[in-house]
Design a protein around this ligand. Sequence first.
Ligand code: KIV
Length: 266
Amino acid sequence: MSPKATLNTLRQLKAQREKFSCLTAYDACFSHFISAAGVEVMLVGDSLGMVLQGCDSTIPVSINDMVYHTACVARGNKSSLIMADMPFMTYGSPDQTLKNAAKLMQAGAELVKLEGGEWLNDSVSRLSDCGIPSCVHLGLTPQSVHKFGGYKVQGRSPEAAAQLLREALAAQEAGAAMLLLECVPSSVGKVVTEKVDIPVIGIGAGPDTDGQVLVLHDMLGLTPNKPAKFVKNFLSENGGSIQAAISAYHHAVKNGYFPSEEHGFS
Ligand code: KIV
């Protein structure tokens, strides 16, 4: 079994220019498979609203839903670092953020993830002061889908790319332990990863981020909708074995075979 991954493991991997993998997990059964494959980070994503609950977006997901699924994942985990999403409208102020982050940490999370830009920084600082590490999710932040008018690539213009880099540096300065970049041009994923010292996970952010994440059900081909450009089905390539598919994903990320250019945005 792999040694237990911590934030220090990810920092060390970044320093050595080695990659790490991340998958979403929502229950003890898949948590067991994912941690057995050596995947460094498991994200209890609010994508569970769409994947498990059949909603159109992540907006209906509640803090109680997240606490329940985080506890399930924690019970199945052996060696991965568990990150849990703070759902919609649970982190509007530093006090509210701290109260809800504490619930996720007590359920078994080791790090919480929040979506947004500079407006988050007071909350990120408060979490860090209180010993709760956080990951700031930038780029396409799905809880803001209605503001964006759909699930669209972000950071495409030079101004938007510069703003994204400013937000990344400000989040680091505020005490964020990690960043997650979703659906941004590969060039933006590369620049942000080079400019910050903290580990950066990408999804649809090109091959150059320190880590990669996919939604588990997407990489197993279990979602009914047409997969996004950045998704690859690892189950069909691995004889229908879930354990083999997860291991193949982990090794493809670690060795830089996934994502390739075809999975990124220009
Ligand atoms: O909720 C989730 O699964 C996520 C990933 C898309 C990164 O935030």
